[in-house]
Write a protein that binds this ligand. Structure first.
Ligand code: BG6
Length: 479
């Protein structure tokens, strides 16, 4: 059993990730009784602050919806303490060690979960300090880390090597928060627990697959970070590729972490690097009404930057199941709507019995308004034999009463507390992911591919419709 009572240490406790995601998720787990009430949470960061100021950071993004929430919050805050210190000073980490030992003694915790909510620049120095000062024989150590895992294959390997010299793969939990999303976790069940999906899930029946991520917001103050990375590193190489692997992988032997991840790595290894002709990029400009700024208007973005804020790419999986089926990934910021969805489009039916047929589609809406729906041809009710495209619709809000979709971070932190790696990215998986994207990223970084401008709030750059049509996607004329 890998379940241990953990002391949680949040490094970078006053930063964006910790306040927006980590603490609200820990609170969510606490109030729903998933967090052992004996758990102690220690925040660590460089800023000197008293307990009240620290609590201000913790509660900043916690939403209190019910009376129970309001009652739970002060009890949760009692579990939290704060300590300031530098990220590279052994003596500060020794003070932290004393604090950890003190709370361990009181709670009886047998594991330590270090949550690295930190910028990549201090990552290795903190990991080193932890290894030297807070790594204790007989106590289980777990380290949660989050992207960016390097900029390309080379830098990712360097990071993996440096981290690997300090901690074992068993101790490392690489977060891709999309793996904690309800509908992403549903993919395994949809695919492997339904014979009607399982038997058509291949190149004989499927024409193309689209995975789309759209956001309405621009870089909104994160321009400095974003500009170095661009949308492909920010969203596509991780979140969308993870969705792709879950859609495309062979059934794992079991739900065990290594069985699942073995299959995910295998499918990634069948994908050759993206070809130059299979990518289209864009960058947003001012909105049509002039109210929303363009990407280059962000003061933290260097003048003349060619960093893409939109990208569409097509990947191919060269194995028996998928050869010839385009997987079209699209993502962008500052678009007309916020939506993540998977669209699996089937081939045409053979024969000429009917005219005006649309293709079948399975659509999995990851967010918002989680749903699975299947587009089928149906007889239009009445005396004729007219066909009409219709939806078999499983919308979560109508299918499940008072459905509460857990936050992705709640799901993943709970997994890490339980020592379950199945929804975390393994080192070889990350390596395979970078292999697919590194050559095209280098081409883009060199400025060889010009991003096509698109207005803030629009549907994206011109040419996207043609791009997806070129790869076989057919918009239904009955839609
Ligand atoms: C993050 C990206 O990983 O995912 C952000 O860095 C993006 O740029 C975010 O906005 C999207 O996550 P979600 O859960 O809001 O869809």
């Amino acid at each position: 059993d890998k379940k241990h009572l953990c002391t949680v240490i949040v490094l970078g406790a006053s930063g964006d990730l910790a306040t927006k995601k980590t603490f609200p998720a820990l609170f969510g787990l606490y109030k729903n009784h998933y967090l052992d009430p004996k758990t102690q949470i220690i925040g660590y960061a460089r800023t000197k602050m008293d307990k009240a100021t620290f609590e201000g950071h913790i509660v900043k993004y916690i939403k209190l919806k019910t009376d129970e929430d309001r009652e739970a919050l002060p009890k949760f805050l009692k579990l939290c303490s704060y300590q300031d210190g530098q990220y590279d000073k052994d003596q500060d980490f020794q003070v932290l060690e004393k604090e950890i030992e003190k709370v361990e003694k009181a709670s009886g915790a047998t594991a330590r979960l270090f949550y690295m909510a930190l910028p990549p620049s201090v990552f290795i120095s903190v990991a080193t300090s932890i290894k030297h000062n807070n790594y204790k024989k007989g106590v289980i150590t777990r380290l949660i880390v989050e992207k960016p895992f390097g900029m390309d294959l080379e830098s990712s390997r360097k990071l993996a090597k440096d981290l690997g010299a300090l901690f074992t793969e068993e101790e490392i939990y690489r977060i891709d928060h999309y793996l904690g999303k309800e509908m992403v976790k549903n993919l395994m069940i949809l695919r492997f627990a339904n014979v009607i999906f399982g038997s058509v899930w291949n190149r004989h029946s499927i024409d193309n697959i689209q995975i789309t991520f759209k956001e309405k917001i621009g870089t909104a103050g994160r321009g400095g970070y974003f500009n170095e990375f661009g949308i492909i590193r920010d969203v596509m190489q991780n979140h969308l590729l993870q969705i792709l692997t879950l859609i495309a992988m062979e059934p794992p032997v079991s739900l065990g972490a290594e069985d699942v991840r073995d299959e995910k790595v295998k499918v990634l290894r069948y994908i050759p690097p993206i070809a130059k002709g299979d990518v289209l990029t864009g960058q947003y400009t001012k909105s049509k009404d002039g109210k929303e700024p363009g990407y280059l208007d962000d003061p933290t973005v260097p003048k003349g930057s060619k960093t893409p804020t939109y990208a569409a790419t097509t990947l191919f999986i060269q194995n028996e199941r998928w050869t010839g089926v385009p997987f079209i990934l699209k993502c962008g910021k500052a678009l007309d709507q916020q939506k993540t969805e998977i669209r699996i489009q089937f081939k045409e039916v053979s024969g000429h019995m009917f005219t005006n047929l649309a293709r079948n589609e399975i659509v999995i809406r990851v967010q918002p308004n989680e749903a699975v729906y299947v587009k089928i041809m149906n007889k239009e009710p009445g005396l004729g034999m007219k066909t009409v495209i219709s939806d078999l619709d499983l919308s979560y809000s109508s299918r499940f009463d008072n459905v509460v979709i857990p936050e992705a971070y709640e799901s993943l932190i709970l997994d890490s507390l339980n020592g379950d790696h199945s929804n975390f990215v393994r080192d070889d998986e990350l390596d395979a992911a970078w292999k697919i994207f590194t050559p095209i990223l280098k081409t883009i970084d060199s400025g060889e591919i010009e991003p096509i401008p698109y207005a803030f709030g629009s549907r994206g750059p011109h040419g996207v419709t043609e791009f997806v049509a070129k790869h076989g996607y057919e918009r239904s004329n009955q839609e």
